[in-house]
Design a protein around this ligand. Structure first.
Ligand SMILES: Nc1ncnc2c1ncn2[C@@H]1O[C@H](COP(=O)(O)OP(=O)(O)OP(=O)(O)O)[C@@H](O)[C@H]1O
Ligand SMILES: [Mg+2]
Length: 239
C-alpha cells in the first residue's frame, strides 16, 4: 500500500548542504558536483534528472557513503555521515543504504536467492535463515519460483527485481536507484517504479531515483533537475 505523505509534513531523511566534488588536477580539474543543496524526506520518492555527465551518479555516491565530498556535508537521519569512522561508514552502507545499480551488479554464479541473501550474510545471519528471508523478498518482488535460477536465466526486468529485493532485504531506510529503467522497455520500467512506490515506499523510508526516463516522472513526489553539476530546478511531481 502506498503511504505517501506530503513531504513538508515529514521528517528530514537526507540533508545535502553545499556538496561539491572535483575530479582531476590543475588545468584538467573539473567540477562534477557544484555546491548542491537539497533535503529529502521520509515518505518521499524524489527523482533527480539531468543530462549525461551532469553529476547525478557522483552525487548519489556522496549521499551513500561511497565517495567523500571535497566540500559540504551530507546528513542522514540527523548524522553527518562524513564524520563517521571507516567502520561506522561501512556499517552505514550496509545497514542504512540500499543501492540499486543501473546494471544490477548481480553475482552471475549465485542464484537469485543467494544474491538477495548477501546483505544478510554480511550481517552475520545464519545461511538457512538468510535464504528463507531472501525467498520471502523474491516473492514480494513478484519472483516466486525464480529463486533457484542464475541471473543469466532471468529477463532484464527480473534481474532488476532481484537487485531491488537485495537492496530491501535488510530493511534499509534509504533506497537509492541509479537509472533503474535505463535498459528496460517503457512498460517494464513503469511497472518496476510503480511496484517500488506501492510496495516499498513507506513513511520510514526515503527513495531517491536518478533517471533519464521521463516516462516515469509521474511517480515522483518531487523532481530535482541537474545540469553541469548544479541544481537548476525543482518540480513537484505530476501525480
Ligand atoms: N572517477 C572519476 N574521475 C574523473 N571524472 C569523473 C569520475 N566520475 C565522474 N567523472 C566526471 O564527472 C562528471 C559527472 O559524472 P557522473 O557520472 O556523475 O554523471 P551522470 O549525471 O551520472 O551521467 P550519466 O547520466 O551518463 O550516468 C562527468 O563529466 C564525468 O566524466
Ligand atoms: Mg550516472
Amino acid at each position: 500500500m502506498t503511504i505517501s505523505l506530503h513531504p513538508e509534513a515529514n521528517k528530514e531523511a537526507i540533508v545535502v548542504t553545499n556538496v561539491t566534488k572535483w575530479f582531476g588536477e590543475g588545468e584538467t580539474r573539473m567540477t562534477a558536483v557544484n555546491a548542491v543543496n537539497f533535503v529529502a524526506h521520509f515518505g518521499e520518492m524524489l527523482f533527480i534528472v539531468g543530462p549525461s555527465g551532469s553529476g547525478k551518479t557522483t552525487l548519489l555516491s556522496m549521499i551513500s557513503g561511497i565517495l567523500k565530498p571535497d566540500q559540504g556535508t551530507v546528513t542522514v537521519d540527523g548524522q553527518n555521515i562524513w564524520n563517521y569512522s571507516n567502520d561506522k561508514l561501512a556499517d552505514f552502507r550496509l545497514n542504512t543504504i540500499g543501492f540499486v545499480f543501473q546494471d544490477y551488479h548481480l553475482f552471475p554464479r549465485l542464484t537469485s536467492a543467494e544474491n538477495v541473501a548477501i546483505p544478510l550474510i554480511l550481517k552475520q545471519e545464519n545461511w538457512d535463515h538468510a535464504i528463507i528471508q531472501a525467498k520471502k523478498y523474491l516473492d514480494i518482488v513478484g519472483l516466486k519460483g525464480r529463486s533457484e535460477l542464475l541471473p543469466i536465466k532471468l529477463s532484464g526486468g527480473e534481474q532488476q527485481r532481484v537487485a531491488i529485493a537485495r537492496a530491501i532485504v535488510s530493511g534499509p531506510e534509504i533506497l537509492i536507484f541509479d537509472e533503474p529503467t535505463a535498459s528496460l522497455d517503457g512498460d517494464t520500467g513503469r511497472l518496476i517504479v510503480q511496484f517500488v512506490k506501492e510496495q516499498v515506499l513507506n513513511e520510514h523510508r526515503c527513495i531517491i531515483i536518478v533517471t533519464h526516463d521521463n516516462r516515469i516522472n509521474d511517480f515522483a513526489d518531487r523532481i530535482i533537475h541537474m545540469e553541469d553539476g548544479r541544481i537548476t530546478g525543482l518540480d513537484k511531481g505530476t501525480e
